[in-house]
Design a protein around this ligand. Structure first.
Ligand SMILES: O=C(O)CCC(=O)C(=O)O
Ligand SMILES: [Fe+2]
Length: 335
């Protein structure tokens, strides 16, 4: 399908590939999904076209990795580990709990939610995921809280785990307090097995702030080699936007499915572009996680796009960086 890209005006193609991400293209008003292979090809083109910046960024990663170790090694698209000892993690947990309290009071219409903020901005932050199974708990009105949430994801052992897997120092694309009420009817969007659209590879990290067990509808996933085998089979059940449990179960027994469960601090680093996953289904108990997304700036929605990198830098402008690595990861530098 890659040939259809070239039938579009060049500017439009460029925008689609490098600014909006490339999980799909819109050709003559129709949505064309890009296969993982096509996304890999685009990543390779992007890295080649940006070789000097890409190599400089790799060199920086190697320099950082020479003195510090990742907290885990991703194999088969994921790593389960305990991150409770990471510097700043317990402060981030405290912030997550405090902001969740505010959020729940606000949603319940309480007059005094315990803090003051600009309601319009709060509503806007909340609205981003209001209809999704995983809610964004607003925190950006409180810069101290927002900084405390970013900090543990800038700990070398955290970003190096993603860097080792991606082969380049990533950018921190998002950090969230992820609240799943698990009270929906039926299954929609991320409650069904799916692959995320950003690039051919990415790393998301999910961290339990409170205990996660089967009653909290944990993130559940299929390791990479199984997922790739399903896709490569070419069966239409696995090429659409969502896949049914039953279709997967027929090919991959449930004993091979992995759930992210455990006490506070239990984490999973996972490539959600290459491992089928779902979570936050209707369940007896809600779920509270910290979540962050690391992206390869040369093989993702960010690609070569200076505009996107600047947007990222602006998004985290409140954060006081301490070194070159942090500035690179927050998009303040190309390399
Ligand atoms: O609710 C979940 O655990 C799934 C979330 C998800 O699909 C994602 O963050 O990409
Ligand atoms: Fe997802």
């Amino acid at each position: 399908m890659i040939h259809s890209i070239f039938r579009q005006p060049v500017a439009e193609t460029w925008r689609k590939l490098f600014f909006d991400g490339f999980s799909h293209l819109v050709v003559n008003g129709e949505r064309w999904p890009l296969s993982l292979k096509e996304r890999e090809l685009i990543g390779a083109v992007s890295r080649t076209a940006n070789a000097p910046a890409w190599l400089a960024r790799r060199r920086l990663m190697r320099r950082l990795a020479a003195t510090q170790a990742p907290i885990a090694h991703m194999r088969d698209g994921y790593a389960l580990c305990d991150v409770s000892g990471v510097q700043g993690m317990s402060e981030a947990f405290t912030v997550a709990e405090a902001k969740l309290r505010t959020y729940l009071r606000y949603k319940a219409g309480e007059a005094d939610v315990g803090e003051r903020f600009d309601r319009a901005a709060y509503d806007q932050e909340m609205a981003k995921a209001d209809r999704d199974p995983v809610k964004h708990v607003p925190h950006r009105h409180d810069l101290r809280a927002a900084s405390a949430l970013v900090r543990p994801f800038l700990a070398p052992e955290m970003y190096l785990t993603a860097a080792e897997y991606l082969g380049v120092l990533p950018v921190l694309a998002s950090v969230r307090i992820a609240w799943s009420p698990n009270d929906s009817d039926g299954l929609r969007s991320s409650q069904m097995f799916h692959l995320d659209p950003e690039g051919a590879r990415q790393v998301k990290v999910f961290i339990a702030v409170r205990n996660v067990g089967p009653e909290n509808s944990p993130l559940t996933f299929i390791p990479e080699h199984h997922t790739l085998r399903l896709i490569e089979s070419g069966h239409p059940a696995f090429l659409g936007r969502r896949a049914k449990d039953l279709k997967l179960e027929n090919r991959i027994p449930r004993s091979e499915w992995i759930s992210h469960e455990g006490p506070p601090g239990s984490a999973v680093f996972i490539d959600t572009s290459r491992c089928f996953h779902y979570g936050s289904r209707p369940a007896p108990q809600p779920r509270l996680l910290l979540y962050a997304q690391y992206l390869d700036p040369f093989c993702s929605v960010f690609a070569v796009a200076r505009r996107q990198r600047r947007k990222l830098a602006e998004h985290y402008a409140f954060y006081e960086t301490r070194d070159l690595a942090e500035r690179s990861i927050l998009g303040r530098r190309q390399t």
